[in-house]
Ligand binder design. Structure first.
Ligand code: ADP
Length: 485
């Protein structure tokens, strides 16, 4: 199959039973860099949600009975198709989400890597034979697909947040209904088109874009036919869905908000720490749930570190995602810009110093925010306690290791954390003391298909990626054979 162009991959209807299903009601998807309307997308309601659930239920029997090898082969074809169409997928993503095209291409590769990984895992869903006390018995443990799954995903990674739910679901033998984000539905619809082209059977993947997340979400969460819900988004919505899922004790995975600390200890290499911080702070303009939010720097390194990071931040180039050489695109919408601006100005009026940035780049448009460094942040400031979700480095200081750990853990969240240090004993001590699902030591890059990704505390339950990510879509069945003695 020859590669698609961006326009041939722009699909705008719901995808149910393997068909494109239009609706009379439509909603607009705009390019955040220009405000231009790029598509009018179908707006699913409760009836269509039920239809999508029925479609997934109808497809379940034959999909779950395919051999693991057959499912893996189809997933690999889908993976290859994503890679073949990387450029078109990246352009489409950049247009609806704003990130620079090369960064979007990186996300396509990252998203596709989950499909490749879980194609492999599909063939490794092995069970156990357990030793038993009673000689007349044998106990077998087998893993079976959960059944029909539902997924609700956010706008910041329009491709990868979808693939890391669909791929393990399909590998396990489940079928799925996905409610993509209202702001960025096009990347997910393009993936459905590719899945259909490579022969993933009708009804195995269903997509229902909507403006009515509340109704569609509740329908998915409370349906008796849906046996599992996987959600990535805000903690507030996650709590609502968790409550709704309790109605029929649905299996759930939740990947929610974070407030990631990034600690620079006195034995760290300042330049390398600043480099790592750049990687995990400015991906997607800071709009990621694992972006470093609170930068805690040892008092003795403060001036050096602030200098090093400010130089790097000043060198970032901001512009529309389709312009060459751009590092950072626009923020997603005016609410995002207002929030970032509010946090920065509040920090300033509470005594923090703006080292660079601190304003909207209005020459470029309303949604472009200048990459910013704020120093002199203290624990009580709002910027320290809220997820900034924007291109702002907020720096505070500490004096002892204990103080750094205590400050880092002083949050209801527990998704990602990072620190820079050289001493081996400290590396183990601090890694074990941080109350987080993930710790990056001397690296800002912790997201890989082979890593278990997820949080503790109010950052969620369950893991995505890795062999553990497959378990979320499997049930364990214990078979006790008697009368063998
Ligand atoms: P974000 O700040 O990333 O947009 P949200 O939690 O608001 O976080 O959105 C994540 C996903 O959850 C999106 O697909 C959104 O449409 C969906 N969503 C928002 N509100 C609800 C709800 N009440 N029930 C189910 N899904 C919802």
């Amino acid at each position: 199959m020859s590669a698609h162009s961006m326009s041939s991959l722009t699909k705008t209807d719901c995808f149910i039973e393997g068909h494109w299903v239009p609706t009379e009601a439509r909603f607009t998807v705009t390019n955040p860099a220009t405000g231009d309307v790029i598509a009018e997308v179908a707006d699913a309601d409760e009836d269509l949600t039920q239809r999508a659930i029925n479609s997934a239920e109808d497809a379940l029997h034959s999909w779950s009975r395919k051999s693991a090898r057959e499912r893996a082969e189809l997933l690999r074809k889908w993976y290859n198709s994503m890679i073949d169409n990387k450029q078109a997928l990246a352009e489409l993503m950049s247009a609806e989400q704003g990130k620079p095209v090369p960064e979007a291409a990186g996300e396509v590769e990252y998203g596709a890597s989950f499909v490749d990984w879980f194609a492999g895992e599909a063939e490794r869903m092995d069970g156990d034979i357990l030793p038993v006390v009673d000689n007349s018995k044998r106990v077998l443990v087998m893993k079976q697909p959960v059944g029909v799954c539902a997924a609700i995903t956010p706008w910041n990674f329009p491709n990868a947040m979808i693939t890391r739910k669909i791929a393990p679901a399909l590998a396990a033998g489940c079928t799925i209904v996905v409610k993509p984000p209202q702001l960025t539905p096009l990347s997910s619809l393009a993936l459905a088109q590719l899945a259909s082209e490579v022969g993933i059977p009708d009804g195995v993947i269903n997509l229902i874009p909507t403006t009515d997340a509340k109704t569609v979400g509740k329908t998915l969460a409370t349906s008796d036919k849906v046996r599992k819900l996987s959600f990535t988004g805000s903690t507030g919505v996650g709590k609502v869905l968790m409550q709704q899922c309790s109605e029929n004790v649905k299996k759930i995975s939740l990947e929610l908000g974070g407030n990631a600390p990034f600690i620079v200890f006195d034995d760290a290499d300042v330049d390398s720490a600043a480099e790592q911080l750049m990687a995990c702070k400015f991906r997607n303009g800071g709009q990621t749930c694992i972006a470093a939010n609170r930068i805690l720097v040892h008092e003795s390194l403060k001036d050096d570190f602030v200098n090093a990071i400010t130089q790097k931040v000043k060198a970032l180039r901001v512009g529309p995602g389709d312009k060459e050489g751009v590092d950072l695109g626009p923020l997603i919408d005016t609410d995002a810009v207002d929030k970032v601006q509010r946090l920065v100005l509040a920090a300033k009026s509470d005594g923090a110093t703006i080292e660079t940035g601190g304003h909207v780049l209005s020459d470029l448009g309303d949604l472009f925010y200048a990459p910013t460094v704020v120093s002199g942040v203290t624990e009580d400031m709002e910027i320290n306690n809220e997820e900034i979700f924007g291109p702002v480095v907020a720096i505070s200081t500490f004096e002892t290791e204990e103080e750094a750990i205590e400050k880092a853990n002083n949050t209801p969240f527990g998704l990602a954390s990072y620190f820079a240090a050289k001493d081996t004993a400290r590396i183990f001590r601090v890694s074990e003391a941080l109350e987080y699902g993930m710790v990056g030591v001397n690296t800002g890059g912790i997201s890989h298909a082979y890593n278990p990704f997820g949080g503790i505390k109010e950052s969620g339950v369950g893991r995505e990626g890795s062999k553990y990510g497959l378990d979320e879509y499997l049930e364990i069945k214990t078979i006790t054979l008697g009368g063998l003695g």
